[in-house]
Ligand binder design. Structure first.
Ligand code: SAM
Length: 184
């Protein structure tokens, strides 16, 4: 069975946008307890690597390390694990909420932007990026990067995402490394 409710969000996004294909190299940021990695493997991803602050019970077929994605050393390790290139970077990372909406918003957007910068360094041309973001507020900088670096950028709220929550997912496909570089 799926390890998380979150699994269904990725299943729905994948059904709608056809993101994960056989043989792809997938990075799963904020992987615990492993639901998205399970979905990627079910879709026959060739390689799945991930990271989470929390320990993740081994997911057979995936390589998930415990650590903080904002630590550059961890980012280097992930790059090595994926052999330098990925077809898709997924980020379901969410910081612990403080209860202060504006602070929570800033922190999640900060993680999403760091995930995007990482994706820009390792995605193959034509690759995809999916990240959890929050509705509202200023995401101008990130949106500018996305629209420059990817041919198609969409936002979606999968049905499995609770209506009360302001989470959304950004889905960016068709990575264009040459156009992204100047805005990094
Ligand atoms: N997609 C996962 C699944 O299906 O099992 C659920 C992910 S959960 C919603 C968000 C995760 O992001 C949490 O496990 C949290 O520990 C992780 N996270 C938050 N900040 C992080 C960071 N700086 N580095 C690594 N993981 C982080």
């Amino acid at each position: 069975g799926w390890r998380s409710r979150a699994s269904f969000k990725l299943i729905e996004l994948n059904d709608r946008y056809g993101l994960i294909k056989k043989g792809m190299s997938v990075v799963d940021l904020g992987a615990a307890p492993g639901g998205w990695s399970q979905v990627a493997l079910k879709e026959k991803a060739g390689k799945v690597v991930g990271i989470d602050l929390l320990e993740v019970e081994p997911v057979p077929g995936a390589e998930i390390i415990q650590g903080d994605f904002t630590d550059p050393e961890m980012v280097d390790r992930l790059k090595q694990m994926i052999d330098g290139f990925a077809d898709i970077v997924l980020s379901d990372m969410a910081p612990n909420t403080t209860g202060h909406a504006a602070t929570d918003h800033l922190r999640i957007m900060d993680l999403a932007e760091q995930a995007l910068i990482f994706a820009a360094e390792i995605l193959k041309e034509g690759g995809s990026f999916v990240a959890k973001v929050f509705q509202g507020g200023s995401e101008k900088r990130m949106l500018h990067m996305l629209k420059t670096g990817f041919s198609v950028v969409k936002h979606a709220k999968p049905p499995a995402s609770r209506k009360e929550s302001s989470e959304l997912y950004v889905i960016a496909t068709g990575f264009r490394p040459e156009r992204m570089k100047p805005v990094l």
